[in-house]
Design a protein around this ligand. Structure first.
Ligand SMILES: C[S@@+](CC[C@H](N)C(=O)[O-])C[C@H]1O[C@@H](n2cnc3c(N)ncnc32)[C@H](O)[C@@H]1O
Length: 221
């Protein structure tokens, strides 16, 4: 199990309790958790992983777009809970993308998960698949979430679900008191992002204090 983060947004005793009730993964997911912990690769926190599994299982998406693959952990997690889904996942670090491809192959999921080595900021503006994705999981460049909203909404099917991780960013999004100077731009943009998606009338959004903060939005029209 991944270690509890000291600067988490939820009281430690709450997180510890929630995590104590999460069944430990086995197989490749357990291996990847171990690898991520040893190599300091950021992957979704256990309670965020569980939320992602629940939303994926409820939505039963045919097509998922993920922004931010890292070693392929969350892509494999979604694929295991919804084997029918086709997942396209974008990663702009070449080494990470090839490691993710290896992991996906080891999991026997190469037919279902396509890892694309690309900068999502440009790539999503070129994808010619309007209304194609049932689910979009954004877990990459936090400073650019705000600039990705229009493209993600274009790519999302009506009633599609958009999930974004790390939106409360260790609490810094919520209060200036926690903001570290060198993170100010990211924090300002995350605030803009939450404001923008909360104000849109073509989607409905819930901001959850799960993990490092997650938004869950549904496209209404
Ligand atoms: C938090 S990690 C993703 C973790 C992964 N979703 C998981 O839980 O297993 C964020 C990843 O996004 C990638 N990333 C950051 N900016 C990106 C961009 N503009 N385009 C594509 N990938 C990006 C980083 O290289 C990093 O591997």
């Amino acid at each position: 199990m991944i270690e509890y983060e000291k600067d988490a947004i939820v009281q430690p005793y709450v997180t510890e309790y929630i995590r104590s009730e999460i069944r430990e993964n086995i197989g490749i997911l357990a291996e990847l958790e171990q690898y991520a912990s040893e190599h300091e690769v950021p992957i979704v926190q256990p309670e965020t992983a569980k939320l992602l599994e629940v939303l994926t299982a409820a939505k039963q998406p045919h097509n998922i777009l993920e922004i931010g693959t890292a070693i392929g952990y969350s892509a494999i997690l979604m694929s295991e809970i919804c084997p029918e889904a086709r997942i396209t996942t974008l990663e702009f670090d070449g080494d990470m993308a090839s490691l993710a491809r290896d992991n996906v192959a080891r999991a026997g999921l190469s037919e279902k998960i396509e890892v694309i080595f690309a900068d999502a900021r440009d790539y999503i503006s070129y994808i010619d698949r309007d209304g194609y994705y049932d689910m979009i999981f954004i877990d990459g460049p936090k400073a650019h979430y705000v600039y990705m909203i229009d493209d993600c909404m274009r790519l999302l099917k009506k009633s599609g679900v958009m999930i974004c991780d790390n939106v409360l960013y260790k609490g810094m999004t919520c209060t200036d008191e926690l903001v570290i100077r060198r993170k100010i731009t990211i924090v300002k943009r995350l605030r803009k992002f939450i404001k923008a998606i909360s104000e849109r009338d073509d989607m409905v959004t819930s901001v959850l204090s799960v993990g490092d903060g997650v938004t869950v939005s549904v496209k209404l029209k």
